[in-house]
Design a protein around this ligand. Sequence first.
Ligand SMILES: *Cc1c(COP(=O)(O)O)cnc(C)c1O
Length: 860
Amino acid sequence: MQPIRTFNVSPSLPPRLEPLRKLAYNLHWDWNVETKELFRRLDRDLWESSRHNPVLMLGTISQARLKEVAEDEGFVAQMERASMQLDDYLQERNWYRKNRNLSSGSDRATDQKECYAYFCAEFGLTDCLPIYSGGLGVLAGDHLKSASDLGLPLVAVGLLYQEGYFAQYLNADGWQQERYPINDFYNMPLHPERNPDGSELRIEVEYPGRTVYARVWRVQVGTVPLYLLDTNIEPNNSYDHDITDELYGGDLDMRIHQEMMLGIGGFRMLKALGYKPTVYHLNEGHSAFLILERIRMLMQDEGLTFAEAKQVAQASQVFTTHTPVSAGFDLFPPDKALYYVGHYAHSYGLSPEEFLALGRENTGDLASPFSMAALAMKTSSFVNGVAQLHGLVSRKMFKDLWKDLPLEEVPITAITNGVHARSCVARSTQELYDRYLGPQWSDAPADDSLWERVLSIPDEELWRNHERQRSELVVFVRERLVKQLRDRGATPGEIAQAQEVLDPTVLTIGFARRFATYKRASLFLRDKERIKKILQGDKNRRVQFVVAGKAHPKDIPGKELIRDIIHFSREEGMNVSVVFIPNYDIYVARLMVAGCDVWLNTPRRPREASGTSGMKASMNGSPNLSILDGWWDEADYVRTGWPIGHGEDYDDLNYQDDVEANALYELLEQEVVPLFYERDGYGIPRQWVAKMKDAIRLNLPFFNTSRMVRDYAVRGYFPASDRYSIMTSNNYAPAKEIASWKQRMFEHWYDIKIEEVDVSEPAGVLVNQTIGVKARINLDALTPDDVQVQLYQGAVDADGEIVNGVPVVMEHQGQDQQNCCIYTADILFTSSGLQGLSLRVLPKHENLSTPYELGLIRWA
Ligand SMILES: *Cc1c(COP(=O)(O)O)cnc(C)c1O
């Protein structure tokens, strides 16, 4: 039955408890120990049953209980402390203010008019807001939390999914089943945005043949607002209602609908809310349609040409790619792209082919699909992968966008992912760090001397604290399994067994991630007899595995991996040693990274772009045991854990699995297990604890989002925002100038002739001997101000290519009689062997983000 009227009923609180409302609606509680404790104290059972949702709790708690705590002076004092902490927190965020001043010195940067818009398809902030599927979402959520901690002027945009990502449960055979619980937005920590007259704010996006409407919800993440679009409203038709229904659900058409709403709708929403972003950060390509709308608006409102508008947009756009395989990108057939967003071609005055070229890697291939990643990459001035190795992989994948450029110069850099420390370090461990390192540890840079103090934490204290985390994990696992079995109508015998799984004193290995086949969740089962021996072969040195993770609903091989693990756990005696926790989410992840002793990861290198759960484990003091991939490849993996293999690449996957499973078993047998069980007279494994301390001391300061967001700010946002303010100054004069300059460069570039390169010392050269080089170059219609001429020198590899060459700028010395420009330089070879030398011409303009922006390069 449809209601004739709806009401938004708010919790009714005694006046004295009014601060609870403010605390509940700012997600700061998720990473503030005091506030979280306060909500738990309010009603322990309700806190658990509400999925740690304070808004739902305040809406359903009994008035009697509220009255009771309103008179409880202890509770009220704690509430006031928490409330004051929130007020202080909101006041004291000043990293941005300080560092923006220092790095720039100009007024432009400090007048607080900057705004960085951050777009992502999913946000994983806290478990009661299930609008994420995995790593990408959690990373985006942590980005917002750290942006808030640092006081960045950031505003975030996403979609509010009615059903979110699925909830996982297993049938009796261990086969994954999916449920889609409906999110009740009115009982979640978010508010609908309203117009001044009290009506709901709405935005509109045109789709073929109709307009779709969306309302706007706001989630407050510390100081950072996150705005989410929701199309589940009248008068949208039922298909359009479902645009924001399921995260990554539906077919390709639905995916385009969602991405149009995220990009185009999100852009319009910020405008409707009064934001004027100076930087747009696209976190993964899903939101790349925003660029289309942004260019159109710049043309319409500012009277710019397409080239000028693109120039402004590109100068201020940052793009982060998260995918290490081409198949991972959103690709749309050209006719679909034209059907949905082809009208932008008309407003730009472009032909359909010119328009499609914006999203094509190979613009000459008219059959090639429209790629969201290519669109984002071609319209950004700062592009990065999410770990050093992933940066390299991305440069290889996209090198065709910058033809003729040496691989190492492809302008895709890397900013390694991180995790938000205060969100994923266990409460008691945080208190331990607060006590021994000082409360600023969570944002302290790697060179801060406080990290040395990790060594002064007494071994006993660190170890006992960790053992407590392990025990809590065991209790949680048992409870969760019992509940799952009850729901499934299992026998009392089965339930009794579940109460006995795991042992709180046994070496516990954690493995939790998406069950995609390349992550090889069941690699540890490759030789069953051998792993059984490791698990239970020595009664005093047993090992146990805690496993969790979801497979995509359509990923049958992924589901088979889960079933394989379940089946193994049912083999004789194995059920106490190998446990699968259903429905992995942020909450389960936090318990696992705190309670496990070792964090295992076995991806096929280099398919793990970064991975972040291992960072969470490190922060809690757990060493990693992992293939050298993603973030781990650049960590101090000898001191903070154990590398599996040496970063080899394999062609024969079956052979690879054999070799790497064997390496894993050997490490467990010879290193991990002996180190863990080697105890002194006090029962402390001293060497193990030393490794824990190294994991904390060496990984925490770097692999966290405080460092990561500072990197994004300094390397991405500040320069992009500066470029934006240059481009828009003087009524867009610099944008117009550079757009016409680019036009001129494209027209005349191929007329450049390198007439002669004269090397003073043609054959034998000694190390450290200087040689002079002189070049004659005919620039035709271009001038020496338009170009930079460089020598490019380096060792020559077996294929006769210069690798990792170093550019040396040549000096312009004037013109000769034939109108050729003369360039000279001296070079020095500092190492012996076969060394190569080449010469190249690149475009030069003070407002280019990189000389490679145009993709023009001329080699001798
Ligand atoms: C941290 C986290 C992830 C990402 O972990 P990976 O190591 O990238 O697999 C995924 N899901 C949840 C719930 C997390 O907390």
